[in-house]
Design a protein around this ligand. Structure first.
Ligand code: APR
Length: 230
């Protein structure tokens, strides 16, 4: 079976009602990203950061996967599909995708504030101040903040190097190291980009699909399923 790697960003969840980051002048739900998504922000005002992610978690739990998330699960019938997502929501999993790599963590888990790989499931939507990990440190959301290491990037790069087809959905490619993953995909591999605002990419064999995810992803999936039958 051919390997398909799908790199997704906030745009794939936009039609599920979850806001993207850069479509609203750098403001994310009314906050500057730096004020809520950095280790410095956590040091300055942990309660504010905790509350911000509690609210985001609530929105994620209330959201539903959309036609784009579901279409990607159908691809698994004929291809070896791995989704590498920058999103911290769990909509790919809830739609039924079986191999999902979360580059920036997942908001439905908590993590120790002193040891990033110590993570736990969360009961409900809230991490309370005073809730601690087994080392006695405050729990925070299991998300990668600006300025923190991206532990899954090596795994993701190796997956990209083995791609037979590469699909980008709903990402501005503004944030590294995720934005550099396309450079690990072999030159001769066809790369599809589904996004109403196609980001600039200097790469060969790009097929631009300037559509919203719920239109473009099912369209491409149908085409790939048909082709696999030939
Ligand atoms: N369908 C597809 N794409 C869409 C849709 C839609 N309905 N709506 C918006 N988009 C596209 C935008 O055109 C844009 O290119 O989604 C992209 C969203 O870009 P960003 O907001 O920058 O999100 P993303 O690329 O995922 O951000 C990367 O930055 O803030 C950090 O860690 C955070 O993971 C995030 C990373």
């Amino acid at each position: 079976m051919k390997n398909i790697i799908v790199l997704t960003g906030a745009g794939i969840s936009a039609e599920s009602g979850l806001k993207t980051f850069r479509d609203s002048d750098g403001l994310w739900e009314g906050y500057n990203i730096e004020d809520v998504a950095t280790p410095e922000a956590w040091e300055r005002d942990p309660a504010l950061v905790q509350d911000f992610y509690n609210q985001r978690r609530k929105s994620v739990l209330e959201a539903e996967p959309n036609a784009a998330h579901y279409a990607l699960t159908k691809l698994e019938e004929k291809y070896n599909v791995t989704i590498i997502t920058q999103n911290i929501d769990n909509l790919h999993e809830r739609a039924g995708s079986t191999r999902v790599v979360h580059l920036h963590g997942i908001i439905t888990r908590s993590q120790s504030s002193v040891k990033a790989n110590l993570t736990y499931p969360i009961d409900g939507w809230e991490i309370k101040m005073g809730e601690t990990c087994e080392l006695g440190s405050q729990l925070r959301a299991h998300v990668v903040w600006f300025g923190e290491a991206v532990p899954m990037i090596e795994t993701a790069a190796q997956l990209c190097a083995k791609a037979d087809l590469f699909i980008l959905v709903g990402t501005s490619l503004a944030v590294y190291p995720a934005a550099g993953l396309i450079n690990y995909v072999p030159r001769e591999v066809t790369k599809y980009i589904i996004d109403p605002h196609i980001p600039t990419v200097s790469n060969r064999r790009i097929v631009e699909m300037p559509y919203k995810a719920t239109i473009g992803v099912p369209m491409l999936v149908d085409e790939l399923l048909l082709n696999s039958a030939n």
